[in-house]
Design a protein around this ligand. Structure first.
Ligand SMILES: Cc1ncc(C[n+]2csc(CCOP(=O)(O)OP(=O)(O)O)c2C)c(N)n1
Ligand SMILES: [Mg+2]
Length: 567
């Protein structure tokens, strides 16, 4: 007899009427996030926001409880960047929120979409030294595009809707919504609440046709044209249109996180000859990037004196910068790239003889050749160039890559190619060390079908190493490759900038980082010889669970020849 057959039949109960259903503020926030198409939230379990995380579980979302708010915010922004939606991070009050300021700052500067929902002190205790009381909006404000305080339980869906929209619109960045505790736990009848089920359909900002004609004219007449491609192009999905422009023989340089917007094996990709390309170009069209420190502020020194600079950006205030622009064009990068491609049709390029592109390709290949010895080195301890070359050969084409550290990040940028849009993560505009582990996990959760490989210095791994537990718990099988050169830039800072015989400061102990994988029965590898690298990587990539590949590297090895970027 079945269980149901044994029980007396219950009288049929009608579904509760909407007016009888009550929801707390946390459930309302979660329901609204779900309505916005968000299926994962990141955070640290803490009052008064536990109801939000619990509500997210009820809604069937993936809830990623991290080991620190910095990691949670960075993971959420990586998730949002990959998915082109708001990455959501839920944190508690006081220090939990101050811990989240760094990811908000990093997201805003790096133009990655992040919504932080932060709980705050219960109203009746405010001003009296309430638990974890702090002026949270004041902490958040300089790091954010927009902040607001929830002013009733009923309006939570509306304000969450606004927050998610503001994070992704225009130039993406961080927003902060403050949740006083008394609004979160309060239950209200569902029919008194307006959910925002519909997302507006938004037509992207189109460039003025006359402006695109001028850009096409400039590019067509240029003897040495160059495109500079940034994260804005990756965000808007401009890759295919930009590839069609580059197919005409126009070379391009990308910012570090825009790698892969056009697959790196395109002939026009000349990051490997970046210095020459910037210095010699006579017309430069920047698209979705900024003339900040990454591009030499657009000022004299890095560029030819008579270069004509065009900048295309969704945010016109970006046109006031260190560069003397010939033209600023306000537009979505994808729409602008499409329009530029169309405007170039039928125009003959003065650079069509291919001499300019060939000269940059030669410079790039010569730079690449300079690294070959280090990439093929059989030395022990392992040369980090050899390590990264082995990762390059082992990684599948759709791999998502996250690199962090000093020496190892520079080397990985030179050697590691990227073939997919929004798949290359690194310290970004703020140069924020500590992003490597959380970005790799956020990317894996956002795009589970693509492998996620993190190449990290020993210090950078240590900054968030306990997130291996998080990754294992939530089923995000990232491969962490730890290049252990015993310190911050190995021993180089210790040896050259501290007094002889000083105790280890920048240099660290020769720790066994693979043991951090053993904590959660991850797949672990401990590599000491160059020939062991590839088999260890292959096993880790095939393991289908979190893997920590610990590689002993030469503490004295440095990055060779500054600004060299390989294909
Ligand atoms: C938030 C932040 N703190 C500190 C730094 C300075 N910093 C840059 S890289 C780095 C660590 C480098 O060491 P490691 O990760 O071992 O990589 P390696 O250079 O040895 O390859 C530090 C502390 C930074 N850029 N950002
Ligand atoms: Mg190191």
């Amino acid at each position: 007899m079945t269980e149901s057959a044994r029980k007396p039949a219950k009288p049929a109960r009608s579904e509760p009427q909407a007016s009888e259903v009550e929801r707390n503020g946390g459930q309302l926030a979660a329901r609204q996030l779900k309505a916005a198409g968000i299926d994962a939230v990141f955070g640290v379990v803490a009052g008064p926001m536990i109801e939000v995380l619990s509500g997210a579980v009820e809604e069937g979302m993936t809830v990623v409880n991290c080991r620190h708010e910095v990691s949670a915010g960075l993971m959420a922004s990586a998730w949002g960047w990959v998915r082109r939606k708001a990455g959501v991070c839920v944190v508690g009050s006081g220090p939990a929120l101050t811990n989240a300021v760094t990811p908000m700052h990093v997201a805003t500067e790096s133009a990655m979409p992040l919504v932080v929902l932060g709980g705050s002190t219960y109203g009746p205790t405010r001003g009296l030294g309430g638990f974890q009381e702090a002026d949270q909006r004041a902490f958040a404000k300089p790091a954010c595009k927009w902040t607001l305080e929830v002013d009733s339980t009923e309006r939570i869906p509306e304000l969450v809707h606004l927050a998610c929209g503001k994070a992704v619109s225009g130039r993406p960045g961080a927003v902060y919504l403050d949740f006083p505790g008394h609004w979160v736990g309060r239950r209200v009848p569902a029919d008194r609440v307006r959910m925002r089920e519909r997302l507006p359909e938004i037509a992207a900002a189109h460039p003025a046709p006359a402006a695109i004609d001028r850009v096409a004219d400039l590019l067509a007449r240029a003897r040495r044209p160059l495109l500079l491609i940034g994260k804005g192009a990756a965000w808007s999905g401009a890759g295919e249109a930009l590839a069609r422009i580059a197919d005409r023989g126009i070379p391009y340089v990308t910012s570090p996180m825009a790698r892969g917007t056009i697959p790196d094996d395109h002939r026009g990709f000349v990051n490997g000859a970046r210095g020459s390309a910037l210095k010699q170009a006579d017309v430069i069209v920047m698209i979705g990037a900024r003339f900040n420190w990454i591009f030499g502020f657009g000022g004299p020194g890095r560029f030819a004196a008579d270069v004509q600079l065009v900048q295309i950006d969704v945010e016109p205030s970006e046109f006031y910068n260190g560069a003397d622009l010939a033209l600023g064009v306000t537009a979505d990068a994808r729409v602008a790239a499409d329009a530029l491609d169309a405007a170039l049709q039928g125009r003959t390029l003065a650079s069509a003889d291919g001499r300019w592109l060939s000269s940059l390709c030669e410079a790039r290949d010569a730079n690449e050749a300079k690294l070959r010895g280090a990439m093929e080195s059989d030395a022990t301890p392992i040369d980090p160039h050899r390590l990264v070359a082995e990762v390059r050969d082992a990684a599948p084409r759709n791999a998502q890559l996250s690199v962090d550290g000093e020496t190892i990040m520079g080397i990985a940028r030179q050697i590691m190619p990227c073939y997919a849009e929004r798949s290359m993560f690194n310290a970004g505009t703020t140069g924020c060390m500590g992003t490597g582990v959380p970005y790799a996990i956020g990317a894996k959760i956002a795009r589970p079908e693509a492998p996620s490989i993190a190449i990290l210095g020993d210090y950078a791994f240590g900054a968030a190493a306990l997130e291996v537990e998080t990754a294992t718990r939530v089923g995000a099988p990232v491969v962490f490759v730890v290049a252990n050169n015993e310190g911050i830039a190995g021993h180089m800072i210790q040896d050259h900038m501290f007094p002889a015989g000083a105790p280890r400061v920048a240099a660290l102990l020769p720790a066994h980082y693979e043991k951090l994988g053993e904590l959660v029965d991850a797949h672990v590898e401990n590599v000491t010889a160059p020939t062991e690298i590839r088999p260890a990587l292959d096993r880790a990539l095939a393991a289908d669970r979190v893997a920590v590949v610990h590689v002993r590297c030469d503490p004295k090895a440095t990055r060779l020849s500054g600004g060299v970027y390989l294909r």
